[in-house]
Design a protein around this ligand. Structure first.
Ligand code: CDP
Ligand code: MG
Length: 134
């Protein structure tokens, strides 16, 4: 079954949206096959966002993701990568569909509650960062 990596970012945890966010995936009948709450260290955050190194928002993105606890999950299901991206909504909550997590709860393009892998290859890479034990 296809796997993807989801992070509930520190704003999602601080705003007490963990249960709400997980419900979006479960109600779509996707399987949560691994889950943990952690405080991301800088090394893991930099590995995770390696493709963004050098962008003007990069340093603040790393500060944001290491700022508080996050919830990391492996989600499995048919077409999990694409479906989870759709459930999350596009990066900027102003543009995101109101039925998506970012559309419903997001306020900022920078602090947009959730991350999801954008390809099967990136899902594998990201799962190995946050779940080296699996
Ligand atoms: O998360 P997603 O794949 O939708 O967006 P991205 O373009 O891959 O960017 C990764 C993350 O960087 C976003 O989710 C934002 O948290 C952050 N970002 C930002 O702070 N400012 C931007 N102009 C673009 C992205
Ligand atoms: Mg991305």
């Amino acid at each position: 079954m296809e796997k993807t990596l989801v992070l509930i970012k520190p704003d999602g945890v601080e705003r007490k949206l963990i249960g709400e966010i997980i419900s979006f995936y479960e109600r779509k009948n996707l399987n949560i096959s691994a889950l943990k709450m952690i405080k991301a260290n800088k090394k893991a955050a930099e590995a995770h966002y390696v493709e963004h190194a050098g962008r003007d928002y990069y340093n603040s993105l790393i500060d944001y993701i290491t700022d508080g606890k996050i919830v990391a999950m492996v989600i499995e299901g048919e077409n999990a990568v694409k479906i989870v991206r759709k459930i999350n909504g596009v990066t900027d909550p102003i543009e995101a569909d109101m039925g998506s997590i970012r559309g419903k709860y997001g306020l900022s393009k920078e602090r947009n509650l959730v991350h999801a892998s954008d390809s099967i290859e990136n899902a594998k890479r990201e799962i190995s960062i946050w779940f080296p034990e699996i």
